[in-house]
Ligand binder design. Sequence first.
Ligand code: APR
Length: 260
Amino acid sequence: MNYSDEEKMELVAQWIRDKRRIVVFTGAGVSTESGIPDFRSPGGIWERFDPNEFLFDNFLASEKIRVKYWKFHTEIYYTIIKAEPNPAHEACVKLDRMGKLDCVITQNIDNLHQKAGLSKEKVIELHGNALRVTCLSCGKEYDRAAIQARVESGDEAPVCDDCQGLLKPATIAFGQQMPFRETREAEKRSENAEVFLTVGSSLLVYPAASMPVFAKQGGARLAIVNLTATPYDHEADICIREKAGSVMNKIVSLLSDQKG
Ligand code: APR
């Protein structure tokens, strides 16, 4: 049966009305409307930087790569701190205020779900957060702004004040160990979800891209909101090829109308 986008959004709103455990899984496509480029759309980050240069082992092995990595992250940092949450982030907060949001599982490192108003308990960050810096040896946490100032004053590959270990933005580089607790928790919440919305992700990077599969295995209704095709469209109960902000905003306003 071919539903119109309007009918699809009404169907998703109906699922949410009837259920309690709603999980929203987000990718970089949820932040493009906040001015943060995604990775794989035309003009995206991997068109301008080579991800193979930033493999975790290369970061560990080469001071030259570390300097380049901090330059890459300097661009990301200034883009992120200027960015404001958009209607897609705000819709997740509204879902939470309705008591409908189990959690947001995000691949994004831009802190916009928290900036929009979700408590950190409600946000599972699979790929870390670019506004934190940690020492890879002793785990000491540093304020990102303070380290940015150090990098810009010439300390181009900073090390830990305590143990001289390598400092790195608290994000997960390719080849770096995924955060165990967050990954395990995301799998559990996906399996227990009653409705699972994936928004703005190409669903190409694992283990993050397995979450919709866990959701389907757990019996959830699966909706994929993405401007382009994903490898899981055939598994979804509903696919909406529209912009994340307008779709999420519409779904939540349908719910609010219903609440009267
Ligand atoms: N509304 C809906 N979809 C959008 C929008 C939008 N406004 N803007 C972009 N998209 C879609 C694109 O069509 C694309 O399929 O969002 C998707 C973003 O995909 P990617 O750029 O691959 O980002 P993501 O899925 O988050 O990547 C996963 O890959 O490089 C790693 O660690 C990085 O977390 C990232 C991971």
